[in-house]
Structures are given as C-alpha cells and as structure tokens.
Design a binder for this molecule. Structure first.
Ligand code: NAP
Length: 303
C-alpha cells in the first residue's frame, strides 16, 4: 500500500483519489496561517496606534546547516508579520561565557522584545546556565525555569513552549475534544513530551507519558484518544498500536533516505480519526507560536 497524502481535509491515496481513509488532517499549515494573520493584524494596529514594533533577536552558535535554515525561516516568518528581527551569528568555538555576554546585552537592550537561542548549541555550551541567564520576559521559547514552573503549576503568566503550545492549539482549532480524553505522549523530554503533557493536563485530559523504560508501549498507545509521537524514532508506532478514531500528532523529525518522516508507520491514516502530516503539521505550528510569543513578549513589556 502506498503512503496516503493529506488533501482537502482528509487523506487520499496518490493512485486513487476516490479512496478515502479515516483520518482528517490536522492541518498545521492552515492553522499556522491563521495565527500569522492574527499577529500581522495585531502588529499593524499596534504600530498604527503609535506603539512599539515587536523585535525578535535570534542567536545561532556554530554553522549547522539545519539550524541555519530553521533560524532563517523564523526570521522570514517574523518579518512577514511586521515583527522586526535581528540575527546574531557566533562561531562554533564560542564559549558559554561569551554567549552569556551576548544574552546579557540582549536582556538589557530596550529595543529587543524576545530572544531565541537556536538549539542544539555546540557541546561546549552549558545551555542550563544560558537559559537561566535569559530575562524570563524575553524567553520566547518558555525554557527559563520561571516560565517552566508557571506552566508546570498551571498558573497564568508563563511563556508556553512553542512546540507543545502549537500541538495543543492545533488540536483545539481542529475540533479534537481534549477534556476527559486519554492522552498518551511517547517522549518525556523537557522540550516536547513533558510540557505537552502539562498543557493537555491543564485542559483536563488524562495524561500518560511513555519513554524508553515504559514496559509495554503498545498497551498504552492503544488506549489513547490523543496520541502524540515525540520519540524521534522512525516507524516506532505502527498502525496496530493506534486506537481507531484517535487523534494522532506526529511531532518527530526523523530523516530516512533523505526524506523527513515522523514516528508513525504506514497505514496509520486508515485507523486514526485525525492525523497531522509530517512535514506540514507540528513544524509550522511551532514557528507560529514563536511569532505569537514574540508579540506577547512585547505586550508584557509595553502593554
Ligand atoms: P529527545 O530529547 O531525544 O527525547 C525523546 C524522548 O523519546 C525521550 O523521552 C525518550 O525516552 C523517548 N524515546 C526514545 N525512543 C523511545 C522508544 N523506543 N520508546 C519509547 N520512548 C522513546 O527529543 P525531543 O527534543 O523531545 O524531540 C523529539 C522529536 O521531535 C525529535 O525528532 C525532534 O526533532 C522533534 N521535534 C520537532 C519539532 C517540530 O517543530 N516539528 C520541535 C521539537 C522537536 P527517555 O527519556 O527514556 O530517553
């Protein structure tokens, strides 16, 4: 069976467009566009009213090609909605202290609303020190312990991390019921798995986080009304591990034969009720939330 492609809100097989499969598309590109449009309108209104234009500072350490592409895409997204952007490039040999100096300068720069430090940084960089040094108000990724703490406690005012916030908004805007749902997340990283669990819990899902020590992964995934794959392992979750009708969010970016794939095997679209394309699902949502967080960072500084 060939791989189905998302089209017109559902999934179709390339060789037979009439053959419909179960899953509706969790269309990250379309929802991200709504967010970009909303932010563009809000920025235009704000500037027309004589208020400050938000500004995003990106920091890239080293010359990793994929990271460079991600940063350039984020810069383009910012400019496209009227957010000013400034890009700082540091050599691959940069020390933690040198990066901390730049963070301090950006923290004190009154014109900068939000700071993004592209990860992964080179090995010699102690990211824990760098993240703690960020001004929490300018921490556009929500990685600072102050923001992570507010999110963990379910308290308002914290910056929600971009990928988890994007996943939850994609589910909400697509009409997937979250309250009371059994949500299973495969992955427990501080970047994706854990905060996604917390945000779903806040919306009253019953949440299970799976990881490499989980005894019987399939016994958990098969019970999931919402199933999030964030393990970074191609084909980890096969079709028979998915509950019929489940909303499946495929976060991971694995590269197989030069092609981006997620964690789910073939045929999942036959079983799932909703499925996020990969690419075109969570990626655009992550960038949209970065832009939304930049705008909101400026609002917090200068309402
Ligand atoms: P990570 O730090 O490597 O975490 C992976 C998690 O998956 C860990 O908790 C790990 O468990 C778990 N895991 C790995 N193999 C497993 C297995 N066989 N069974 C069960 N659990 C397993 O990765 P991450 O930063 O969370 O990112 C996850 C994926 O999402 C990556 O592919 C990344 O590129 C992608 N990503 C995409 C976006 C986007 O915008 N689309 C954004 C961020 C990340 P342990 O804790 O036990 O090791």
């Amino acid at each position: 069976m060939s791989c189905p492609k998302p089209r017109g809100g559902t999934w179709v097989f390339p060789e037979n467009d009439n053959e419909r499969v179960t899953a509706r598309v969790l269309d990250g590109k379309a929802v991200a566009k709504q967010i970009f449009d909303d932010v563009a309108n809000a920025v235009a209104d704000r500037v027309a009213a004589g208020r400050s234009r938000p500004k995003l500072a990106t920091v890239l350490v080293g010359d990793d090609a994929a990271s460079r592409q991600y940063v350039e895409l984020k810069q383009r997204n910012a400019r496209s909605v009227g957010i000013e952007s400034v890009d700082h490039r540091l050599s691959a040999e940069t020390t933690t202290d040198e990066l901390l100096e730049l963070v301090d300068r950006l923290n004190r720069d009154e014109t900068v609303s939000a700071i993004l430090i592209q990860q992964p940084a080179p090995r010699q960089i102690d990211m824990a020190r760098v993240v703690v040094a960020l001004d929490p108000v300018k921490d556009v990724d929500g990685f600072h312990p102050f923001n992570a703490g507010l999110v963990a406690l379910g308290l308002p005012g914290g910056v929600e991390p971009c990928t988890p916030a994007g996943i939850v908004l994609l589910l909400e805007r697509s009409g997937v019921p979250i309250e009371g749902a059994d949500a299973v997340i495969v992955g427990r990283s501080n970047l994706v798995g854990k905060p996604t669990g917390l945000l779903l819990l806040k919306r009253h899902a019953t949440v299970t986080l799976c990881h490499t020590r989980t005894k019987d992964l399939a016994s958990h995934t098969r019970e999931a009304d919402i199933l999030v794959g964030a393990a970074g392992r191609a084909n980890l979750i096969s079709r028979d591990m998915v509950k019929p009708g489940a909303a499946v969010v495929d976060v991971s970016t694995n590269w197989v034969d030069g092609r981006q794939v997620g964690d789910f095997g073939p045929g999942v679209a036959d079983v799932a009720g909703w499925l996020s394309p990969n690419p075109g699902g969570v990626g655009p949502m992550t960038r949209a939330m970065l832009i939304k967080n930049t705008y909101e960072a400026e609002l917090r500084r200068r309402p």
